[in-house]
Design a protein around this ligand. Sequence first.
Ligand code: BV8
Length: 254
Amino acid sequence: MKKNQDFTSLIPALLYAKKIAVLTGSGISAESGIPTFRGKDGLWKNFRPHELATPAAFSQNPKLVWEWYDWRRGIIADKKPNQGHKVLVEWEAHFPSFAIITQNIDGFHQKAGSRNVLELHGNIWKARCTKEGTILEICDTPLKAIPLVCPDCRALLRPHVVWFGESLDSDTLQKAFSLSSDCDLMFVIGTSAEVQPAASLPLTAVESGAKVVEINPDVTSLSSFVDFSFRGKAGEILPQINARLKQAISKRNN
Ligand code: BV8
């Protein structure tokens, strides 16, 4: 693993990449002002995940869980995607095959303009009827009533997110693993790689022979497996890589 090297050795791999997959975590939204989970000022510092992000927590106290999500929606509502999200939008238009697999529920990749986005853990702006399974988009913040009830059957609505102890949508997960095994280059951006099964995706890419690039200010459990490891912020590193890529493209074309 080459750590903290300049981008020179990455650019040829990027220039000729055919299929790129990107796995993002909450770190890519950090520069937009959205707290991460495990960082020093992360969400898990003030809340214990098993008290809020589990089915048991919701069945015990749906009001408390909805208040937590309402508070998080309020934080996200007035924030904007950052330069990191925007570079990925540019790359989606440039590369023959480009897909984002995100653990994030903030919808910021789509808000920035990315279209090919797999949301592994759902979306904080959606709610699901606990009886009928209907999925609704609910964007008002703050929520008018807590907990939310289904307009059709009056059953409780729950956040349309994947909680700890819940399985991910099987189609989404299957697509994520095939993107990871088919790609020739994978970027892993802003994730502590602690949550499964998402954290297994980059290892699938490595085992399938893809080059893997990690962008993270910190070392993670993935760092020793990747080919390129850039210690820094996504909103700074992605634009730098993009600038070098553009130089290489214009050099190749002239
Ligand atoms: C499941 C949605 C079947 C809700 C979340 C092995 C296999 C399968 C499951 C397990 C397993 N071992 C354990 C499990 C159970 C569990 C799990 O993984 N537990 C962990 C904690 C050990 N997994 C599950 O329950 C999953 N379900 O597999 O079902 C099953 C069930 C039970 C038992 C066996 C099998 C479901 C997991 C989904 C949980 N839902 N969120 C909500 O958000 O409210 S998880 C939550 O963590 C978020 O989704 C988040 O995306 C995810 C990962 O966190 P990160 O995004 O990585 O955020 P974090 O703060 O940790 O790190 C941020 C990183 O960014 C840091 O490294 C930081 O340095 C960096 N950073 C900071 N600033 C920047 C930056 N990087 C770049 N630029 C910056 N500016």
